[in-house]
Design a protein around this ligand. Structure first.
Ligand SMILES: [Zn+2]
Ligand SMILES: [Zn+2]
Length: 106
């Protein structure tokens, strides 16, 4: 047993939204442009300082995931329509950035 968050299911909820239902029953709906901007790969966030390199305005509003591939049991890899391919999102990170009112209020 681990207390890592894990998705029970993941689906495209609309042209701009990705929905994750977590094993604890929580539902997260992410606008995909928001997810793209939350990328923490070395070209989006400085590995050493944690400073954001990627600017929000560099991400087109109509960006969308072209592919979503599982990475082991703890993360997913997104291939984006803007050509960005190096983003790996741990479930931990995804759960932490859940934009719902309940999570955002914490
Ligand atoms: Zn990135
Ligand atoms: Zn939430």
């Amino acid at each position: 047993m681990s207390d890592e968050p894990a998705p029970a299911s993941m689906r495209q909820a609309g042209p701009r939204d990705l929905e994750i239902v977590w094993q604890d029953g929580h539902v997260s709906v992410y606008p995909v442009a928001y997810l793209r901007r939350a990328c923490r790969c070395a070209s989006c966030v400085d590995e050493w300082t944690g400073a954001q390199i990627l600017k929000a305005e560099q991400v087109p509003e109509d960006v969308r995931p072209v592919r979503i591939d599982p990475v082991g049991r703890y993360a997913v890899h997104f291939t984006w329509s803007d050509g960005h391919t190096s983003g790996i999102y741990s479930f931990d990170h995804l759960r932490a950035i859940c934009p719902c009112a309940e999570c955002a209020g914490r």
